[in-house]
Design a protein around this ligand. Structure first.
Ligand code: M6R
Length: 644
């Protein structure tokens, strides 16, 4: 939900910001903008549409020269996508200085602040909540830090005052979520950033700092990063002389981190765990396709070191210290949104089946505000690719407050949800850029399977049973590869139905949540209306929708409910529906019932979802491509939803 990138250093900032925005564009893409601090003051360029439009504007603006700047790609919350609403937003201080702000998040009390600021003479030019922040910082800004700080040997980075102080003061007045980067024309070597609730990473480069919503905009410059906790502020200085840290040198850099109450805090610098290649498209046309095709390798990485067949053991280091709690747990609550929620729904089956413990999946957004009952022995598992989803984070915090042990199943290492949980398991499937979540889902389902076996083994499951599941899991990457070889054939199948505007996805048992996921994938990137539901539920109402030729995708793999699914297929066929079946390899019978069949290798039922979802991801992908849509940037969506 919006991407921000900011830089202070010794390089020309505009091209660097554009490159960063391109990497962050998947977070929001309705408008973009940047502010560069130049010797003539702050230069602003903003445009509606994609970052490429901004790039063209920036390239034709010769005045956009400087080594300090902030930039933003927007996913609108307050105010339509327009140039006026695009970030950065500006404020004018009483001392006559200009402040520029980019922001990701929502300022909840913006209306009250706007009234107050208007009374104090500030004029507003946009409908955004962010403009309030710019004016608020300006209201508190008294000019650059006193020269005495630098003269006393402390340097600007160590001395308090100026922009840092104004940002702290402004944020003390604010309710809501924010990741911000702020500059002033009076402090040409200082970048101030802060966060609460929305993601922000600071990269420590050579002679520079680069700040961004996520690591993809940083990795080309440095692997050394630190994050801020909520209510923390970083003042980052890079300059050509002793203005920075009081020592003489051709170029100095220094930073300090504080709370918004100006209490110094220390931050741990760590190394990013992925490389540039992982976030480049390479030979693929779309990130979604790249990430679908990466799934065998992603699952190999996810499983690496976690399977001990000899001892019939699942190795999940992060959970060891809570193993007793997991075994004694009375109830698991699996919470997340969208695709992550669907993984949670599969875990209901996995946990009850393999670990013999009650488990319920909850939409984080509903759970959070339902006044939920958390009994003793409840364990909450927050599932999230990004680790930044605001609804999931809020549910996690609510559950913790009510006494639950909080675990995370998260992909983004060091993300807020990962840091806020008591323990957890990372997916290790690599960065996911495509807005439609694919490899993260299969990673989530794999990790949740491992967790269920981890608990089950300590309760009822024999070594023999655990060992056989582990052997099957080890074969999964090869199975995934086999399914993916059908991509072209799936594209052919899709071409027969792609103009139909309504689709159904049906499955039973473990494959019911896969049906939900198949429908979500199709609607979010191809704009086809699709519904997923238990196959049996169809005849309780939705069957009325079925008319001649309506595509109905059945997950009809062999298992305990195969015969029942065949009956449901008959019901659809009797009403003229066009059945597309995802079936087990070698199932000749299903071909009598279905117009099209996509095969998956035979695996035990609990492991089926990680396989059966692949054809559905490919169905959605090919449908979107055949409809000429922007697969990686579907309308109205953004990758990471950091507002509730
Ligand atoms: O980053 P998260 O896994 O927490 O994101 C949750 C949902 O926003 C996400 O899965 C969303 O539904 C995707 N667009 C689905 O493809």
């Amino acid at each position: 939900m919006c991407g921000i990138v900011a830089y202070v250093g010794n390089k020309n900032v505009a091209p660097l910001l554009i490159e960063g925005l391109k990497r962050l564009e998947y977070r929001g893409y309705d408008s973009a903008g940047m502010a560069v601090v130049t010797p003539q003051g702050i230069k602003l360029v903003r445009s509606v549409g994609r970052v490429s439009v901004l790039e063209a504007h920036a390239a034709s603006d010769a005045a956009l020269q400087g080594t300090l700047g902030i930039a933003h790609t927007r996913w609108a919350t307050h105010g339509v996508p327009s140039e006026a609403n695009a970030h950065p937003h500006l404020g004018q201080s009483r001392s006559g200085h200009t402040i520029a702000v980019v922001h990701n998040g929502i300022i909840e009390n913006y209306a009250a602040l706007k009234t107050w600021l208007t009374e104090r003479g500030h004029q507003f030019y946009s409908q955004t909540d962010t403009e309030v922040l710019a004016k608020l910082v300006a209201e508190f800004y008294e000019g650059p830090p006193a020269a005495r700080d630098a003269a006393a040997g402390g340097g600007v980075a160590n001395g308090h005052g100026g922009l840092e102080q104004a940002v702290q003061a402004a944020l003390r007045e604010v309710t809501g979520a924010y990741a911000i980067a702020v500059v002033s024309n009076a402090e040409p070597h200082t970048l101030v950033c802060a966060r609460k609730g929305s993601p922000l990473i600071v990269g420590i480069g050579e002679n520079s700092y680069i700040v961004a919503s996520d690591a993809s905009a940083i990795i080309a410059h440095t692997t050394q990063v630190f994050t801020l906790d909520d209510y923390q502020v970083a003042k980052l200085c890079a300059g050509p002389d002793d203005t920075v840290n009081g020592t003489r040198g051709p170029w100095s850099v220094a930073f300090r981190t504080t709370t918004i109450d100006n209490v110094p805090v220390s931050r741990e610098v760590s190394a990013l765990e992925f490389d540039l290649q992982q976030i480049e498209l390479g030979k693929f046309k779309h990130y979604m396709l790249k990430e679908i095709m990466e799934q065998p390798e992603a699952i190999r990485n996810c499983l690496r070191g976690r399977i001990d067949k000899r001892e019939a053991r699942v190795v999940l280091g992060g959970l060891n210290q809570f193993a007793r709690d997991l075994v004694r747990a009375k109830r698991f609550i699996l919470t997340g949104q969208g695709t992550a929620f669907h993984a949670g729904r599969i875990a209901e089956y996995l946990f009850e089946d393999l670990a013999k413990v009650p488990a319920r999946a909850e939409y984080a957004s509903e759970f959070r505000y339902r006044n939920p009952i958390i009994e003793d022995g409840s364990i909450v598992v927050a599932i999230s690719q990004s680790g930044e989803t605001a609804d999931t984070l809020a549910a996690l915090r609510e559950a913790k407050e009510r006494g639950a042990l909080a675990l995370g199943v998260v992909n983004a290492v060091g993300s807020t949800i990962a840091r806020d949980t008591d323990a957890g398991v990372y997916l290790h499937v690599g960065p996911e850029i495509g807005v439609a979540s694919t490899k993260a889902f299969v990673g989530q389902v794999t990790v949740l399977t491992l967790m269920a076996l981890f608990i089950g083994k300590r309760k009822y499951l024999s070594d023999e049973v655990v060992r056989s599941y582990l052997a099957e899991l080890e074969r999964m990457p090869d199975h995934l590869e086999r399914v993916l070889t059908q991509s072209e054939a799936i594209g052919q199948i899709v071409s027969n139905y792609v103009r139909r505007q309504n689709w159904l996805f049906l499955g039973r048992g473990y494959n019911f949540p896969v049906a939900l996921e198949g429908a979500l994938k199709l609607k979010e990137i191809s704009y086809i209306h699709a519904e997923g539901m238990p196959a049996a539920e169809m005849k309780h109402g939705p069957i009325a929708l079925i008319d001649k030729g309506m595509p109905v995708v059945f997950i009809a793999t062999q298992g305990s409910q195969y015969e029942k699914v065949i009956s449901n297929i008959e019901e659809v066929r009797a009403r003229g529906g066009a059945v597309i079946a995802v079936a087990t390899e070698g199932d000749a019978r299903i071909r009598k019932y279905a117009e099209a069949v996509i095969e998956v290798p035979a695996v035990p039922e609990p492991l089926q979802p990680a396989l059966t979802v692949l054809p559905l991801q490919l169905v959605a992908y090919h449908a979107a491509v055949q409809r000429g849509l922007d697969v990686d940037k579907p309308r109205n969506l953004a990758k990471s939803v950091t507002v509730e």
